[in-house]
Structure formats: structure tokens, C-alpha cells
Design a protein around this ligand. Structure first.
Ligand SMILES: [Zn+2]
Length: 555
């Protein structure tokens, strides 16, 4: 094996060894067997997909004395002659010979008949690199080619080829090689050279090859130089990527809003010497994996991850909110662009981690939608209001975000506290009994410091709530309440059963109790005003109308 690269050592010798370009191979084989070979071909496709290999096999096959199944036999006189480098097959690298002189030279020499076989074959690699005058010289040859001449032009950038050349060629497109085929190819080679490997290591190498057989084999060679046995750890060490388990932990913590744990993950990964750029790339790739696992039925096939890794990715995908995935991907994509221009990429990355894991810090619509889903889930878990998958609670339709705005305007009183200047005067009017009794009644009298104006008292409550509790959902739910004093108690009324139930839940009650106590209100209750029959359909329509610019998905 000494110093012969894997790619050269295992360059395919027959059409059957070409990895996954059946559509091209079939056409060429048919042309050979029907003796209908064209005189000019254009092979297009990404690097490392087999263009040059196919061109060489084709050149030998059309000259072979007894081709086997369309491929060169490899043993006849011409096959041997061509193997040793014959004048009949000329390879030109246009990237280094882009001058008009080479093309003129070619035009002259092409006139001489072949030495051993029936055809002279010119393979011009990276043909898009030719200059305009070189293209013109080539065009003259293509216009009146001798019968024995065949041209194979190969390029990664067909859009740079002049139309006059294109129109004279038969174009064949090579495709990126799927991961499974790359894996199969690599495993075959490893078995042949007697190397041990882990399946996950081969998958990682094939993934890094990104559809190119040549790239994959170069990476495999580096990994074999690092360690004689291919292990997943070895491969990630060579590729410089963060460990899969670390990445899955980081992404899971980001997506479930555990920012301080996510930051310690970042700390750990970077302290092991990974660069921020690589971590960014890995994070985006992992989020993409999760997104595919969440949305695609054939995710396992698409991702082609080792089994245990796929299970991990899909476990994360099942638990997280799809909006959180979208938001995080969005945050990191934007940050990736910024990364090039900042003086401290690490701070930039960590800020993105915090931002992506904390939708409450963000008032864009995606973040709000994410918080609404979280609220819906909590209400659902509380065993309440959302019996069917189609129900959308009232609070979600009405109060975000414009009502918040209204509240700020309505309750814009001086902020110095306390400003209790009037004693409370009981309101004499009799008010109907609320439908639901309050869960907590501590005292029946209101301290004299509380204003008689229910709206003003409630406004003070809202300001204090906003200042002391950063719970945006609770704030938004409270914003819609109507306040009035009834027999000394502050009665807050809502029309929405969802809001009513949510506000009477113990965790929200605890906060409200605190805030009311801090402004001197010891007796209050949240009631429901008349049961409003909520039509699911109209609720969904309203939601769609209010957020018409955003795709809405109902779970
Ligand atoms: Zn032969």
C-alpha cells in the first residue's frame, strides 16, 4: 500500500465498479454495444463523483478487442497498451493548460490515426477553465472532428461552458453519491486491505465526504494514518468535530430552555480545544438532524446515522417544540454570519446559546408563539381546558401582543409607590354572585391605604407584577381582566374559562397573592363572567387572521 492513495489504488477499472452513476453508465454501455458512440461528451457533476474514472473506462472500452459486459477486458493487447499510457488516450487538465496553444496543438495531432485501437480519446478535465480563444480553437475541432476522434469534456461548472460547445456535446450529469453507497464502498475497501472499523466511524467518514467518493477516501486515509483501526472517536478527532453525545446534550439543553446547563456544555466542548467555528457548524448540523427527525417520516433513511445516534436524535425531537427548533436554527444561522466580523466569536456564540434557549427574552413572534405552545401544554397537563387537539384557548387568540400595549397605556400612573391617598370606600351596589368561588380568601377587609378606584388599584398591581415577576404569560393573561370592588374584595373578572382556570392555579395564585399583598390588597378573587361558548372553528380562524403572516400549525 505504500504511499499510494486509497483513491488511486482503488480507482475503478470497469463500469461495474463505478459507485452509483448507473444512469450514465447504462447510456455509455448501450452506445458501445450498439456501436453508436458519439464524438463529443460533456460530463458534468460535483467533484469526486467519478467523471474522470468513467471517462477512462469508456476510453478503454471502445478500444478493447473483447469488452466484457460493456467494460474493458483489461487483458487484451489494447487494454494493456492503454493501461501503460498510450498516445491514443490523452488527458488534458484545462486548469493548468488553459492556453490557446494547447488547443491548437490538439487540433493538429488529432488528425493522426490511432496507434493501437480504433479511437483516439481526448479527456479534457475542468474544461470550464479554458480561455475564450482556447474554446474557439476547441470548437473548430469539434465542428469537423476526424472519424477516429472522441472528446470527453469534464466539468464541475457546466454553466461556464459556451453554448456553441454545449450544443455539440452529449451531456451526462453525474450525481452526488448517497451516503449508503459511500459507506458500502468504503467498507469494501477496508475489508480488502484488512482494516478493522466501527460502523459509526465509517458513517461519519462517509458523511464528511458529502457525496464525493474521492473526498471520502482522502478522509479515510487520514483517519487510517491516525489509527490503524477506524473508531468513531478517532474519526471525530481527525475531523475536529465535537463529540456526538456532547452535541446532543448541548442541543437538548438549548431546546428545553436550560441555558446555564447549555453554557457549561459549551465551556466543556471549547475547553477541549474545539474552535467556535467548528462548534457552530456542528450545532447547526445537529439542529438540522433534530428538525429532520421531527418532521420527516423517513428521517432514519435521510439522516443515515448510526442506530444508537438516530435513536438519541429522535428522542430529543419527540420532546421538543418544533418552534423551538426553528427558532434555535434561526438564531444560530444569523450568528454564523456575524461570527466572521466579531472580535470575540466565543461571546457571540454564547450569546446565541442564551438567546436560543430563552424564548422569554425575546419578543419576536416566533418566541411568543413558542411561549403560547408552552402555555397550552401546561394547561393541558393541568387537566383542563383543552379536550381536543383542535381547541385553541381564548387567551392565545386575544391578548398577544396588542393588549399588552393597551395595558401600558391605560395604567400609566405615576410610579412612586405607595401612593395610597384615599381611604377605601365600599361600593354600595349589589353585584351578582360570581360563578366560581375564589380559591383563597384571607381577609375580608381592605386596608385603608388602598385606593377606592378598582382600576387604579389593579393598574398598580399590573405595574408591580411586571416589575417584580418576569412572567410574560401571566402578565398577558391578567391584562384582560376587569376589576371592581365587591363588598371590600377586589374582584377580577374574565370572560375566558381558560384564563379563569389558569389564574386560579396555585402557581399563578402564589405570584398574584404576593403582588397584591405588596400593594396592600389582601382580599381579591378571579371570577368568570358568563360562560362564553367557544367555537373551535372560529377561534382557529381568528388565530389565523391575527397572525396571517405566520405559518400556524395546530397540534
Ligand atoms: Zn481489452
Amino acid at each position: 500500500m505504500a504511499h499510494l492513495s486509497l483513491y488511486r489504488a482503488f480507482r475503478p477499472a470497469t463500469f461495474d465498479e463505478i459507485v452509483r452513476q448507473e444512469h450514465v453508465v447504462r447510456i455509455l454501455k448501450n452506445q458501445i454495444s450498439q456501436d453508436a458512440v458519439g464524438h463529443a461528451y460533456l460530463f458534468c457533476g460535483p467533484r469526486g463523483t467519478g467523471k474522470t474514472s468513467v471517462a477512462r473506462i469508456f476510453a478503454r472500452a471502445i478500444n478493447c478487442k473483447n469488452p466484457k459486459n460493456g467494460s474493458p477486458c483489461g487483458v487484451c493487447e489494447t487494454c494493456k497498451a492503454l493501461d501503460g499510457g498510450s498516445l491514443d488516450v490523452t488527458e488534458i487538465d484545462a486548469a493548468s493548460n488553459n492556453g490557446v496553444n494547447e488547443m491548437r496543438d490538439l487540433r493538429e495531432k488529432v488528425q493522426y490515426p490511432p496507434v493501437t485501437g480504433a479511437y483516439k480519446v481526448y479527456i479534457i478535465d475542468e474544461v470550464h477553465m479554458l480561455t475564450d480563444s482556447a474554446f474557439n480553437a476547441l470548437l473548430k475541432t469539434l465542428e469537423e472532428p476526424p472519424r477516429h476522434a472522441i472528446f470527453i469534456l469534464a466539468t464541475t461548472e457546466p454553466q461556464k461552458i459556451p453554448a456553441t460547445i454545449l450544443s455539440r456535446c452529449m451531456r451526462l450529469d453525474f450525481k452526488l453519491i448517497p451516503q449508503t453507497d459511500l459507506e458500502g464502498h468504503l467498507k469494501g475497501i477496508l475489508k480488502e486491505i484488512g482494516k478493522q472499523y466501527e460502523d459509526s466511524a465509517v458513517s461519519a467518514i462517509a458523511r464528511a465526504g458529502a457525496g464525493s467518493d474521492r473526498d471520502m477516501l482522502s478522509i479515510a486515509e487520514m483517519c487510517l494514518a491516525y489509527s490503524d483501526t477506524l473508531t468513531y472517536e478517532g474519526v471525530t478527532a481527525v475531523l475536529g468535530g465535537a463529540d456526538f453525545m456532547q452535541m446532543s446534550e448541548l442541543c437538548e439543553r438549548i431546546l428545553t430552555g436550560r441555558q446555564s446547563e447549555a453554557l457549561s456544555c459549551v465551556e466543556k466542548i471549547l475547553s477541549e480545544g474545539k474552535s467556535v467555528g467548528v462548534l457552530m457548524r456542528d450545532t447547526l448540523q445537529f439542529l438540522n438532524h433534530i428538525s429532520i427527525a421531527k418532521t420527516c417520516r423517513n428521517a432514519e433513511e435521510l439522516l443515515c446515522l448510526p442506530k444508537e445516534m438516530f435513536e438519541r436524535v429522535s428522542a430529543i425531537a419527540q420532546t421538543v417544540d418544533p418552534r423551538a427548533i426553528l427558532r434555535a436554527s434561526d438564531v444560530f444561522t444569523k450568528t454564523e454570519m456575524d461570527l466572521r466580523f466579531v472580535s470575540s466569536p466565543r461571546i457571540c456564540f454564547e450569546t446565541a446559546v442564551v438567546k436560543a434557549s430563552m424564548p422569554a427574552a425575546d419578543y419576536d413572534i416566533e418566541a411568543l408563539m413558542q411561549r403560547i405552545s408552552a402555555l397550552e401544554k401546561r394547561l393541558e397537563n393541568a387537566g383542563g381546558m383543552i379536550p381536543s387537539a383542535q381547541t385553541v384557548p381564548t387567551v392565545d387568540l386575544e391578548v398577544l401582543p396588542k393588549k399588552t400595549q393597551t395595558v401600558e397605556e391605560n395604567y400609566d400612573f405615576p410610579t412612586e409607590e405607595p401612593i395610597f391617598d384615599e381611604p377605601y370606600l365600599p361600593v354600595p351596589t349589589k353585584v351578582e354572585e360570581p360563578i366560581a368561588p375564589p380559591p383563597v380568601v384571607q381577609q375580608t377587609t381592605v386596608p385603608s391605604t388602598v385606593s377606592s378606584d378598582a382600576q387604579e388599584t389593579f393598574g398598580r398591581f399590573m405595574r408591580t407584577l411586571r416589575k417584580t415577576h418576569r412572567n410574560g404569560v401571566l402578565f398577558t393573561m391578567c391584562a384582560d381582566l376587569e376589576a371592581a370592588f365587591e363588598s371590600g374584595a377586589l374582584v377580577l373578572t374574565t370572560e375566558s374559562e381558560t384564563v379563569y382556570r389558569a389564574l386560579n392555579r396555585e402557581d399563578n395564585q402564589a405570584i398574584m397573592r404576593d403582588v397584591f399583598a405588596s400593594i396592600g390588597v389582601l382580599d381579591y378573587r378571579v371570577c368568570i363572567k358568563g360562560r362564553k361558548v367557544q367555537n373551535d372553528r372560529s377561534a382557529i380562524e381568528a388565530l389565523k387572521r391575527d397572525f396571517s403572516d405566520y405559518p400556524i400549525e395546530l397540534k
